[in-house]
Write a new protein. Structure first.
Length: 324
């Protein structure tokens, strides 16, 4: 069976007054049905623009090239912008970090959800039928007194409740893929867990594929099946979450883990990441963009095409000298 999402050799550049930004370099990424894949890496590593590339949301100065960006086996690249509108929202939903600002402050949340459903539903729905469906989804995801909640304006709801409304907005059209970009980072820890449980229940019970973009390795390891580690627009490691977060094989994944509190006891020291991300406007970027920061670097890392090495069927690294 096809993976639900299958991206091959995605390259993205931005034309800017300061020069061409080489933002993504031959990214490969796949997510199966009912699977949750974490996309992790430090700030600026290219996680969000990868998610936005799938939905063509990178803006007018973006230049995308890819072998394929396939959803359930069908390449999305050939679709006209008009045809793509039926993909966005209906087949692929995106959840952003700040739900409060994403919801229209002047409309009751029930009206917003009803509008979304009516705009994307494959069949024509009356307002009454759409409202009933919205209420059903809110109840399914455990929102009490759903009918009353639908009458509230975003400002009248907590941040956690708004985020759950956004998840309902994503689920109401029964998408095949959800791209969740830091969906819980504005929430306290308890609400964070509730929202993640909700997302994961959609993933497991409805077979939705979830791409979970996050810098929170603890959350990623608690909820995700697989982890993909990015650095400066390159995908450096892809493997089962419990392997990548316990025994990372790429030197960058190891540095990233060492720099974060995840998995350490209180006495253990954090090692700050050395160096900085390279300037992506450089025309002479090394083949491995981590080379200038890497403790294992050799001359070939800067000049030769770096192989994507399969350590096992389900675990790859893009590195000449991975850890054992
Ligand atoms: N429209 C744009 N024009 C030029 N460069 C851009 C544009 N959008 C993003 N970039 C650059 O692409 C790189 C990756 O950005 P991205 O937002 O994907 O990072 P991220 O890993 O999601 O970081 P964070 O965790 O902080 O959200 C950054 O260097 C950013 O400056």
């Amino acid at each position: 069976m096809n993976a639900m999402l299958d991206i091959r050799d995605l390259t993205l550049e931005f034309e800017t007054p300061g020069g061409l930004v080489h933002a993504l370099d031959r990214v490969n990424l796949s997510v199966e049905r009912g699977e949750c894949v974490a996309l992790v890496g430090e700030s600026g590593s290219g996680k969000s623009i990868t998610g936005m590339s799938i939905l063509r949301l990178n803006g007018a100065n973006a230049r995308i090239a890819a072998d394929q960006i396939a959803l359930d086996g069908g390449d999305l690249q050939g679709l006209s912008d008009r045809a793509f509108q039926t993909v966005r929202g209906r087949r692929i939903a995106m959840i952003f970090q700040n739900a409060k600002s994403a919801l229209n402050p002047l409309r009751k949340v029930g009206d917003t959800l009803t509008d979304i459903l009516r705009a994307h539903a494959p069949e024509k729905l009356t307002r009454r039928a759409a409202r009933a469906r919205v209420q059903e989804v809110l109840e399914q995801i455990g929102i009490h007194q759903a009918e009353d909640r639908m009458l509230a304006y975003p400002a009248e709801l907590s941040g956690g409740m708004c985020q759950r409304i956004m998840i309902a907005a994503a689920l109401v059209c029964e998408p095949e893929l959800i791209i969740a970009d830091e969906p819980t980072s504005a929430l306290d820890v308890t609400t964070q867990a509730k929202v993640m449980d909700l997302l994961m229940s959609a993933c497991r019970t409805r077979g939705v594929a979830v791409l979970f973009i996050t810098h929170d390795l603890a959350l990623a390891s608690a909820y995700c099946d697989r982890a993909v580690v990015m650095h400066a627009g390159q995908m450096l490691e892809d493997g089962p979450a419990d392997e990548v977060f316990v025994r990372p094989r790429h030197p960058y994944s190891r540095m990233l883990l060492d720099s974060m509190p995840y998995g350490k006891d209180a006495a253990e020291e954090l090692k700050p990441m050395g160096g900085n991300l390279p300037d992506l406007r450089r025309d002479d970027l090394p083949s491995c963009r981590f080379a200038d920061r890497c403790p294992r670097v050799q001359p070939c890392c800067r000049t030769a095409a770096v192989p994507q090495t399969a350590l096992r069927d389900d675990h790859t690294v893009r590195c000449f000298f991975p850890h054992d």
